[in-house]
Write a protein that binds this ligand. Structure first.
Ligand code: ADP
Ligand code: ADP
Length: 229
């Protein structure tokens, strides 16, 4: 579920300056495709277009064969879980911040036991004071802890599609490896679009696309791309 297709997608923020110049690729349901490339190549723009922050100028983006322009924004965004580079938390408890991802108000405040079990793996790595407010004078969370909150929040939403947009780029190497391991677990069997800077962080992707100046410069598995470079 959640197969993504970009077909000859053109996009520019400013008509005088094309950002994406005819991008076509697919993320088969349950698979992981990573987009890597230099800063400014247009990687984050791809994820913003899938989330419909902006509309494309030509081409098509489909999810399960349906053009995303024909789907309501709400149902599109319900289907997509996004873990960004810098997670912004509400000035409230970690528990509140995790629950916030709930998609329907009716199951709002209650964790089902199965869900707790599912995310306990992430929560147990959170600091003491879990129920203390995150904020200036409250609980201070490290970058890695914030990303754990973002992951737990995303898992509770149970989206068929995941976007990981530089989700580990702001972390030190050790923390990056820990969060990467957590992300590998949550992206398994989910349709996942990973945006990353370096090839070395996306070894397990089913396909890697190298984006340069808004065009696909190369594509293949990690092993194939490593051989070419
Ligand atoms: P990447 O993620 O590969 O670093 P981005 O998709 O963020 O690249 O950006 C691609 C290009 O689009 C960059 O040149 C950037 O300056 C430009 N850009 C990004 N967002 C905007 C925006 N909101 N308005 C205008 N230009 C933008
Ligand atoms: P990220 O890659 O973390 O999503 P941003 O989207 O904030 O970062 O910005 C990516 C690049 O696009 C940066 O170089 C930024 O300066 C540029 N950019 C962002 N918004 C605009 C904008 N409205 N106009 C021009 N450039 C922008």
């Amino acid at each position: 579920q959640g197969a993504i297709s970009f077909k000859d997608v053109h996009f520019s923020y400013d008509p005088a300056r094309p950002i994406l110049k005819g991008i076509s690729f697919e993320v088969p349901a349950g698979k992981t495709v990573a987009v890597v490339g230099p800063s400014g190549a247009g990687k984050s723009t791809l994820s913003r277009l899938l989330y419909r922050f902006y509309d494309i100028q030509s081409g098509a983006i489909t999810v399960d064969g349906q053009d995303i322009r024909t789907v309501t924004q709400k149902s599109l965004r319900t289907a997509i879980g996004m873990v960004p580079q810098d997670t912004v938390l509400f000035n409230d408890t970690v528990a509140y911040n995790i629950r916030y991802g709930r998609t329907s108000a009716s199951d709002g405040e209650v964790f089902a036991a199965a869900e707790v079990a599912q995310i306990a793996h992430f929560i147990e790595m959170l600091p003491e004071g879990f129920e203390t407010k995150v904020g200036e004078r409250g609980l201070k969370l490290s970058g890695g802890e914030k990303q754990r909150v973002a992951i737990a929040r995303t898992i509770l939403k149970a989206p068929p599609i995941l976007i990981l947009d530089e989700a580990t780029s702001a972390l030190d190497t050790t923390t990056e490896r820990e969060i990467q391991t957590a992300l590998d677990v949550v992206s398994k069997n989910r349709t996942t679009l990973v945006i990353a800077h370096r090839l070395s962080t996306v070894i397990s992707a089913d396909e890697i696309i190298v984006l340069k100046s808004g065009e696909i410069a190369e594509r293949g598995t990690h092993a194939v791309l490593l051989e070419k470079s």
